[in-house]
Structures are given as structure tokens and as C-alpha cells.
Design a protein around this ligand. Structure first.
Ligand code: DHB
Ligand code: MG
Length: 230
């Protein structure tokens, strides 16, 4: 018989993990009132509460610094929470362009950027990413591209992210673990199939060096991070 599971130890470890995450958040990734207001406004407007965690926001800022980003592209803005983390990390003269399919969400995002004092360095474009991405070629290359939109579109967005990048650009995609569903064979639905195809490409495309990192939802979800190689 297999050794019995020690439930108390599992619970202790889960609790400890949450406390460690709180400490990391407090010490490295503390939200300020502006970010809290963005979350409150998002809640008030009935938007889904599926934004990145503060630790993920801070990781995006670290990556912005790592690739010396001046031009950032975000695909999927939601309520402007991740966009605020991103735009705050830009140097003077830098710009975040964020694509959002929902006009209602886009209004929230513009209000969030205005509240954060970021209107001068941000632009929200409304429409489907598949239609907007080809129009961005004259503004490329982008130094960092953050993908956090409809999961079925992820393979297309990765294609465009590579097209709109330069050697040394960093491409990040959110929700590429999804409780392991993209690893099932076959994946259970089109969203998970999209993420599975993205992960497969990120892992094997010779133009990229990539890793998938367990982060939020107790490590059940996380970022795929790729650097575009010379
Ligand atoms: C979903 C989308 C997200 O971008 C996310 O971070 C979590 C959940 C969703 O569509 O369910
Ligand atoms: Mg997401």
C-alpha cells in the first residue's frame, strides 16, 4: 500500500507557501493606492477579476528593465492593471500600446491610466488583436510584448509578437499552465489547444529561448517567457 498522505503537513505547507508569497509581495511588489483603485473600479464595473498578481506585475517590470524597453505592446488590457505595472516601468519618452477588444473595458483602461498619471505614455486601441496587429508594423519593433487575451488566439499572437520584435525583445504570455490542461493529450478545448500550441512553439522555435514558470493560483498557472534570439 502507498504511504498515506499526511494531510496536516500538506495544509501546513500550503499555508506557509501563502505566507511566503505575502512576504515577497510586501517586500518586492507592494500595490499602491492607485493599483488598488484600479482593482476597485474593475470590480465596480463588473469586469472579471482575472488580472495578474502583484508578483507578476513586478516580474514584468524587471523584464522591462532587462530588455531596456522603450516600446511595449500589450495584447488584452482588461482593466488596465497589468498595463499600469508595465507603463510605470517605462523610461521617459517610452510608450505602452495596449490592444483591447471590448470598448467597455477600454474605457476602464483609459480611466485607470488617467488616474495613474500615465495618459501621456499609453495608448489604448480598441478592436480584435488579429485585426489590429498587422497595422502595427510601422511602429515595430516592440521591446517587450505581453500577451494576455483570448487563449485560442495565442499561436497567432506569438507569430505577430515575433514579427513585431527585435533580437533581445522579450515576449511574455499569461495563463500558459492553466492547471495543466494544455498538457493533456489532446487538450480539452480550443482555448487549451491554443495555449498548448503556443507552449510547443515557444519551447522549440529556434528564434526563441523560452521557459514556462509556475506562478499564480498556487503555481497552477503562470507566465511563458521568451527572449528573441539574435
Ligand atoms: C482567464 C483569462 C485570463 O487572462 C486569466 O488570467 C485568467 C482567466 C479566462 O478567460 O478565464
Ligand atoms: Mg491572464
Amino acid at each position: 500500500m502507498a504511504e498515506s498522505i499526511n494531510v496536516e503537513e500538506l495544509q501546513r505547507n500550503a499555508q506557509l507557501r501563502r505566507e511566503i508569497e505575502e512576504q515577497i509581495t510586501k517586500r518586492f511588489a507592494d500595490e499602491d493606492d492607485v493599483l488598488r483603485q484600479t482593482l476597485a473600479a474593475q470590480h465596480q464595473a463588473g469586469l472579471p477579476e482575472i488580472q495578474i498578481s502583484p508578483i507578476q506585475g513586478r516580474l514584468l517590470q524587471v523584464l522591462v528593465a532587462a530588455c531596456n524597453a522603450r516600446k511595449i505592446l500589450e495584447i488584452g488590457a482588461l482593466g488596465g492593471y497589468s498595463g499600469t505595472w508595465l507603463a510605470r516601468a517605462l523610461p521617459a519618452g517610452g510608450k505602452l500600446t495596449t490592444l483591447e477588444i471590448s470598448a467597455k473595458h477600454a474605457e476602464q483602461v483609459r480611466a485607470a491610466f488617467a488616474r495613474a498619471g500615465l495618459s501621456d505614455r499609453t495608448e489604448v486601441r480598441v478592436g480584435s488583436a488579429s485585426e489590429l496587429l498587422p497595422t502595427l508594423q510601422s511602429e515595430a519593433p516592440f521591446d517587450l510584448i505581453f500577451i494576455d487575451a483570448d487563449k485560442g488566439g495565442y499561436p497567432t499572437y506569438l507569430d505577430w509578437a515575433i514579427k513585431l520584435s527585435r533580437p533581445g525583445s522579450i515576449i511574455v504570455a499569461d495563463n500558459n499552465i492553466r492547471y495543466g490542461k494544455p498538457f493533456q493529450e489532446p487538450p480539452p478545448d480550443l482555448d487549451n489547444a491554443g495555449v498548448a500550441a503556443y507552449n510547443q512553439r515557444a519551447a522549440s522555435d529556434p528564434r526563441l529561448r523560452s521557459i514556462l514558470i509556475p506562478m499564480d493560483d498556487d503555481g497552477m498557472d503562470g507566465f511563458a517567457i521568451s527572449v528573441v534570439l539574435p
